[in-house]
Design a protein around this ligand. Structure first.
Ligand code: GAL
Length: 308
């Protein structure tokens, strides 16, 4: 039984503020691994940090798993590199990390970065950057379906937000499964998340307001190709997603489905409450999200028991 607050500044086992910004989370074995942007010193790349947890309250620092390389490197200290997400590839057994890799203190490069490791805690070796068919890619997310197929979600301002299917080795993109703009919105939604419950896909995203919060949206479909529903908010309108930007939704184990993440009945929402003046101390909003029967609803709790 772990009690979580609705909003947190998590500390790790060394007493430091956990650098879980732009967080990616996967369960490997019986432990969750979280990857975050290190933002102690502003917005430029300071490495990807990894933490392990069994309850989302206590976080063990697993170190920097993708370090900063030399000045001229694509993962050098002048770059903007965000939203690290890791999948375990069933075909190769490798852990593959995807990142939003951008320019030197600007957002004009707009590629997906790929790094690989032999374990959840790496170290990860940076491989390359990708733009499928030359499409811009800024905020990313990942999704692994129950048949083992991997997907990258990618925000591409001119066209919309894509769901790309990965090759069997998870190192390249083989299909542009769908590309959607928002409902009555000029772009696709960013900070994209897909979860699946009992055969229905739920796609979440944020409007494009930089570090500022907005009413985040979701849509549903019986197949990743669609048809997708209209997009609607999942928090009360005007609440700006309780002052957060959706980042990850973690399926939690339950008594009937056990560890089966595609038939979970309880989910943990984690969103960034960015503080642009002090990014490293930005808080996380952590709340239970109800996902059922084509609906999604996030309700506020000052604190709650996440059952772990
Ligand atoms: C947001 C994005 C964040 C970060 C920020 C910078 O739109 O989701 O990851 O890039 O802009 O302003």
């Amino acid at each position: 039984m772990a009690t979580m607050n609705g909003v947190n500044l998590f500390h790790d086992n060394m007493g430091e503020v956990a650098q879980l910004h732009g967080i990616g989370v996967q369960r490997f074995g019986d432990t969750w691994y979280a990857y975050g942007e290190v933002k102690f010193n502003g917005n430029l790349f300071q490495g990807v940090a990894c933490y392990s947890t069994n309850d989302f309250v206590d976080w063990t620092n697993e170190g920097i798993v993708l370090p900063v390389e030399g000045d001229d490197s694509i993962v050098g200290p002048k770059r903007i590199i965000e939203r690290p997400k890791v999948l375990h590839c069933p075909a190769t057994g490798k852990y593959v990390m995807y990142l939003h890799v951008d320019g030197e203190n600007n957002y004009s490069y707009a590629h997906i970065g790929v790094a690989v490791g032999d374990s959840p805690t790496g170290g990860f070796t940076f491989l390359n950057t990708i733009q499928h068919r030359g499409y811009e890619s800024r905020d990313i997310g990942v999704f692994q379906d129950e048949d083992g197929t991997g997907y990258i979600l990618s925000e591409d301002r001119p066209h919309g937000t894509h769901i790309y299917r990965l090759s069997d080795d998870y190192l390249s993109i083989v299909e542009d499964v769908v590309c959607l703009k928002g409902t009555n919105y000029w772009a696709g939604y960013e900070s994209p998340i897909v979860v699946k419950r009992d055969g229905t896909y739920y796609w979440f995203g944020s409007q494009l307001t930089g570090w500022d919060c907005n009413d985040n949206m979701f849509a549903t479909a019986p197949d990743l190709h669609g048809p997708w529903s209209e997009w609607t908010p999942f928090t009360p309108e005007g609440s700006k997603t309780y002052e957060s930007q959706c980042d990850i939704i973690v399926p939690l184990p339950n008594e009937t489905a056990g560890e089966d993440q595609w038939h979970a009945s309880r989910f943990l929402y984690i969103g960034d409450r960015w503080n642009p003046k002090d990014l490293g101390n930005s808080e996380l909003v952590t709340l239970p999200i109800e996902i059922e029967g084509g609906n999604a609803k996030l309700a506020w709790h000052d604190s709650w028991d996440n059952g772990l």
